[in-house]
Write a protein that binds this ligand. Sequence first.
Ligand code: NAD
Length: 264
Amino acid sequence: MTLETGTRLAGKRAAIIGAGSVGDGWGNGKATAVLFARQGAKVLCVDRNEEAAAKTAEVIRSEGGSAEVLATEVTDPQSGSAVLDRMETLWGGLDILDYNVGISQQGGVFDTTDEDWERVFEINLTGAMRMSRAILPAMRAQGSGSLIYVSSVAAVYSGPYSYASYEVSKMALVRLAKSVARENAAYQVRANALLPGVIDTPHVSAFVDSKTAPKELAAKRAATVPMGRQGTAWDIANAALFLASDEAAYVSGVELRVDGALTA
Ligand SMILES: NC(=O)c1ccc[n+]([C@@H]2O[C@H](COP(=O)([O-])OP(=O)(O)OC[C@H]3O[C@@H](n4cnc5c(N)ncnc54)[C@H](O)[C@@H]3O)[C@@H](O)[C@H]2O)c1
C-alpha cells in the first residue's frame, strides 16, 4: 500500500467509475480513488454496488479526504448524465474521469454466447463511450480534463486463458481512448488507456479463477511475469495518478502498460 500524500491533484475533481472492490482488499478502482484523494482530489466513488463504493469513500474520509458516493449501473443509458449532474452539484464540474469498470468472461469464440458477448461489451466498452459522451462537453467548455480508460494487457497479449469477449472489448477500449484523445485535443482534454498486467486484486480469485486455491493461483500468476511477481492495485493507481495529473499535460492517446515487462 502507498501512504504517500501530496498535492499532485490539488483542486481537482475526479469521478472513479468502479470505485468499489468485489472483495476485501484493494481493487484497482478503490486504490485509485484513495490515492487520488491523498493527492488532494475530491473524489466521487461511482459503483453499482453502493456498499462497496461507500467503503472506499469511508477510507478517504477517515484519512481527512473528500469523497461522495453515487450508485449507478453503467449499462443504464442515464449513467453518464447522472455522474455529470452529481459532479456539477457537488463541486461545479469535473477534471478527471477514470473508467475502471470491467468484467471478464472466460471462453473462446466457440464458448461465448451472444448474450455473454453483449453483456461484456455493454459494460467494458459501451458504458465508457456513454460516460465520455456525457462529460466531454463540460471538459471542453473548461478547456481541460483527463480521461483514463482502464483496459488490460489482454487487449494486446494472449495469456493462458481464452477470454474472447474480454480481450476484444478491452482492445476496443484502447481505440476509444485514442479516438477521444484526437477529437478533444484542441480543447486540451486528454484521454489515455491504462493496461494492467497480472494484478493481485480480489477480482482475480472471485472471477478469473475461483477453482484454484488463492495461494496457488497467486504463485501461478506471478510465475508468468518476467519480474516474477504480480502487480498490486497501487501500481495501477500510481500510473493513473500520473495520467490524471498535470505532469502528463502533453500525454494523450497513449496505451500505458503496467505489467512488469509481461508484454515487452
Ligand atoms: N485484476 C487484474 O489482474 C486486472 C488485469 C487487467 C485489467 N484489469 C481491469 O482493471 C479494472 C478493475 O479491476 P478490479 O480488479 O479493481 O475490479 P473489481 O472487479 O474489483 O471491480 C471494481 C468495481 O466495479 C464495479 N462494477 C462492476 N460492474 C459494474 C457496472 N456494470 N456498473 C457499475 N459498477 C460496476 C464492481 O461493483 C466493483 O466494485 C477492470 O476494468 C479490469 O478489467 C484488472
